[in-house]
Design a protein around this ligand. Sequence first.
Ligand code: PEP
Length: 251
Amino acid sequence: MTERRPLIAGNWKMNCLRADGLALASSLAAKASEKGELGCDVLVCPPATLLSEVAGVTKDSAVAVGGQDCHAAISGAHTGDLAAPMLADIGAQYVLVGHSERRADHGESSTDIRKKATSAHDAGLIAVVCVGETEEERDLGATLSVVNGQVAVSLPDGATAQNTVVAYEPVWAIGTGRTASVQEVAEVHAAIRAELVARFEDGDQFRILYGGSVKPSNAAELLGVEDVDGALVGGASLKVDDFWKIIEACA
Ligand code: PEP
């Protein structure tokens, strides 16, 4: 079986004013430095206002920084957006693309996501491509076709295990306190793995994260599921102790 180093990623979403965000990033960086060798890679994705300063605070630690989204273009007349090279320029190593909140709030399609992922790759960033079914789609029995369809269209041909991470996040489990069962997670992750292996030479090496109400109490169980190579964490990433417990569940 291929060894994949887990990734624990925190998505701060539209939370944290400067003082709270910098305190959170500093405590996390301090904990990581104190611990030394970690059992996983660690990433935080702060809001755009804090990216540069959080990148400064975490610079010499094992905590990487990522954007929550990027535009597909590298520059131009796109008010309010950020280009992938801008994220790379301030020291980001990753960017989330296709989070369900972007797909829902901004009408982003998988075709849009593929263009964003390509732009991220061109800028030297690792794209964390998010996919996941709505509750209605799950109730209709369409989970695997929806998720596999999103993976097929959202990942560009240039994706590799080095420049791309897939995050499976059932929409009904994000921010709701509801988590997919171990069986549900295993089934979807196996289907994503099969899709990746069929399409990419190094498909068995891509990391596939689970996201959706991951917390300290369920992290070890979810991270123990086959083909779960880490977690994308929203709410619980805003409390350093909770996020740290999830990181430690990887060890
Ligand atoms: C997310 O934002 O990607 C997420 C999974 O949020 P939460 O952990 O709060 O469900």
